[in-house]
Design a protein around this ligand. Structure first.
Ligand SMILES: [Zn+2]
Length: 243
C-alpha cells in the first residue's frame, strides 16, 4: 500500500533546472498563491554543474529561497541528471509519480526547444507531456508503487527564452496579469546568485521588458505568456474579454 498522500496541489509547474520556472512563470505562480491556490514546483534536475556555482548544495538553497519568496507550498527536485536529461521511461515514471501523489488540476510545462540554450529543456517538454498521460493510465499500478491513477484536467505550456517571437502551435495563447507580482518574481530569480551575478544584469532588464510587453498587449502592467494544450472556452464572453 502506498504511504498516505499529501494535501493535493491545484497547480504544479515543471522545469528542467531550478530557475526555469521562476524566469518563465514566477509572477503567475506568486499570483496564484495570492489567489488562494495551492502551488508546487518540480525541478527535474538540480541544474548543476554551472560555471559560477560551487555545487548542488548552494543551488538547492537558492531554489528553496526562491520558492519561499514566491510563496509556493511545495518544491521538489527529482534525481535526474543535469546536462544528461533524456526522455525515458524512468524519467516519465518519476514525474508521473509526483503527479499521482499531488493530484494537480493544472500542470504547467515547458513549451518548446530553446536553441543555443540547454537541450534539457526540450527533453523536459517530452517528459512532462508523457508524465501527464502516464498519471492517468490504469492497469499499470506496479509501475507507480501502487499510487492511484490521477487524471490531470488541463495542461498549459510556457515558453522560455528571449530569442524568438515565434509561437509554438497550440490550442491558444493567453497572458496572465502579473502586474502585482512582477517585483516578487524578479526577487525570486535574484535568489539564484550563482546563476545571475552582476555581469548578467542585462537578463533582468530583458525579462522585465518582455513581461511588460506581454502584459501591455493584454492591457496589463506586466504579464506572462502561456499556451493552452486545448482550445480555451468560456461561458461568459464579457468576463473573458474584459478580465
Ligand atoms: Zn534551464
Amino acid at each position: 500500500m502506498p504511504a498516505e498522500l499529501p494535501e493535493p496541489l491545484d497547480v504544479i509547474a515543471v522545469g528542467a533546472h531550478p530557475d526555469d520556472v521562476e524566469i518563465a512563470c514566477g509572477g503567475t505562480l506568486a499570483q496564484l498563491v495570492r489567489q488562494g491556490y495551492r502551488v508546487g514546483i518540480i525541478d527535474l534536475t538540480d541544474g548543476e554543474p554551472t560555471p559560477a556555482s560551487p555545487g548542488p548544495e548552494v543551488r538547492l538553497q537558492e531554489a528553496a529561497e526562491a520558492a519561499r519568496i514566491l510563496g509556493v507550498h511545495v518544491r521538489h527536485t527529482l534525481e535526474l541528471t543535469n546536462r544528461r536529461l533524456f526522455d525515458s521511461h524512468e524519467a516519465r515514471l518519476a514525474l508521473a509519480k509526483v503527479f499521482r501523489r499531488y493530484r494537480p488540476s493544472v500542470v504547467l510545462g515547458l513549451a518548446a526547444k530553446t536553441p543555443l540554450a540547454s537541450p534539457d529543456h526540450y527533453q523536459a517538454v517530452q517528459i512532462t507531456d508523457a508524465a501527464v498521460f502516464y498519471a492517468r493510465l490504469s492497469k499499470w499500478d506496479e509501475q507507480f508503487d501502487g499510487l492511484a491513477v490521477h487524471t490531470i484536467p488541463r495542461q498549459v505550456w510556457y515558453p522560455l527564452g528571449f530569442s524568438s517571437l515565434q509561437l509554438p502551435p497550440a490550442g491558444g495563447h493567453f497572458i496572465v496579469d502579473i502586474g502585482e507580482t512582477l517585483a516578487i518574481k524578479l526577487q525570486a530569480i535574484r535568489a539564484y546568485q550563482t546563476q545571475f551575478p552582476p555581469t548578467k544584469d542585462r537578463l533582468f532588464r530583458t525579462l522585465e521588458g518582455q513581461n511588460r510587453f506581454y502584459g501591455g498587449s493584454a492591457g496589463f502592467e506586466a504579464g506572462e505568456l502561456f499556451f493552452s494544450s486545448g482550445t480555451l472556452g468560456t461561458k461568459d464572453l464579457v468576463k473573458l474579454v474584459c478580465p
